[in-house]
Design a protein around this ligand. Structure first.
Ligand SMILES: [Zn+2]
Ligand SMILES: [Zn+2]
Length: 259
C-alpha cells in the first residue's frame, strides 16, 4: 500500500527524534508522499517547510500563516510568503482559515483580513488553499464564496465539521481531509462525513505531531500512523484500506499537482 499524508508538520520541533527518523518510519509504513505545512507562526516556519521539501523529491510544502497567528500577517510577512509561494516545491497556500477558539489571541477581524489576503494569493498563484476551520464554519464559507468561488480549489484540512458542512464545502469544489480524530469514540459527525465524502474528494492526513489516532492518542503523532486513520475510514465506507490508500493518494496527487 502507498499512502499520501496530505498534511503534516515535519519540522514542528516537538519530535522526540530527528525528522529524518520520522520520515524513515513513514516510508517504512508505506507513506511515500508527504506535504509538510509551512503555515504556522511566521515566515521562518514557511522557509523551514520549503527547505525540508528541497531535501526529498516526494515531500512538498505549503506556505502561509496560521489563523491563530493572524496578528503576524503584515505587508512585510505577506510579501515574504508571496515570494516563497512561487518555489517549485510549494504546492498550496496555507494553512490559513478561521479559528474562533483562538479569538482572544487573534481577533476575528484580524483573522478575516489575513484569510482574505491568502485567498487572493491562492487565486493569483492558481494553487489550492489549505483551510483550517474551527468554530467558524459559516463565516469561512461565506468569505470563500465572496473571494474565490470557482477560482480557487479549497482543501478543508482536519475536517471537524458536521455532515452538512462537508456537503456545503464539497459543493464549493473542496477536498475534505479526514484527521486521526475520526478514530476517537467522541468524533462528532466526522465519521458520517468520512463515510459520505465523494470518492474523488477524499483525503487523509495526520496533522502530526498533533492529534494522534487511536491507539496512539495522547502521544506525538507522526505520518507513519496514517494507516490507522485510513483503516477507520475504510471501515466507515465499507471498502478495503487498500482502496482508501489508492484513492486518497490519487486525490492528493491531483489536487497538489504532484506524483
Ligand atoms: Zn490546522
Ligand atoms: Zn496543520
Amino acid at each position: 500500500m502507498t499512502f499520501f499524508d496530505s498534511h503534516c508538520h515535519l519540522d514542528e520541533g516537538s519530535w522526540a527524534d530527528p525528522t529524518e527518523s520520522v520520515i524513515a518510519r513513514a516510508r517504512a509504513a508505506g507513506v511515500r508522499y508527504l506535504v509538510t505545512i509551512g503555515g504556522n507562526d511566521g515566515v521562518d516556519y514557511a522557509r523551514a517547510a520549503v527547505a525540508r521539501a528541497e531535501t526529498d523529491p516526494e515531500i512538498w510544502a505549503t506556505v502561509g500563516i496560521h489563523p491563530c497567528h493572524a496578528t503576524l500577517v503584515n505587508d512585510e510577512s505577506f510579501a515574504a510568503i508571496e515570494a516563497l509561494s512561487s518555489h517549485p516545491k510549494v504546492v498550496a497556500i496555507g494553512e490559513s482559515g478561521l479559528d474562533y477558539a483562538w479569538e482572544k489571541e487573534a481577533p476575528r477581524e484580524v483573522q478575516v483580513a489575513a484569510l482574505r489576503r491568502f485567498t487572493q494569493l491562492a487565486r493569483r498563484t492558481r494553487k489550492p488553499l489549505v483551510l483550517h476551520i474551527r468554530d467558524a464554519w459559516d463565516d469561512c464559507r461565506r468569505l470563500f464564496e465572496e473571494e474565490a468561488q470557482g477560482e480557487v480549489v479549497p482543501l478543508v484540512h482536519c475536517f471537524t465539521g458536521t455532515l452538512d458542512d462537508a456537503k456545503a464545502w464539497v459543493a464549493l469544489g473542496a477536498y475534505i481531509s479526514i484527521p486521526g480524530i475520526v478514530t476517537f469514540k467522541n468524533a462528532g459527525q466526522i465519521p458520517e462525513a468520512a463515510a459520505w465524502v465523494p470518492e474523488d474528494r477524499l483525503l487523509v492526513e495526520t496533522d502530526s505531531p498533533w492529534l494522534a489516532p487511536i491507539p496512539f492518542r495522547g502521544r506525538k503523532n507522526e505520518p507513519a500512523y496514517i494507516v490507522h486513520t485510513a483503516t477507520r475510514v475504510a471501515e466507515l465506507r465499507g471498502v478495503s484500506v487498500e482502496h482508501i490508500a489508492r484513492i486518497t493518494t490519487e486525490n492528493a496527487a491531483r489536487l497538489y499537482g504532484v506524483a
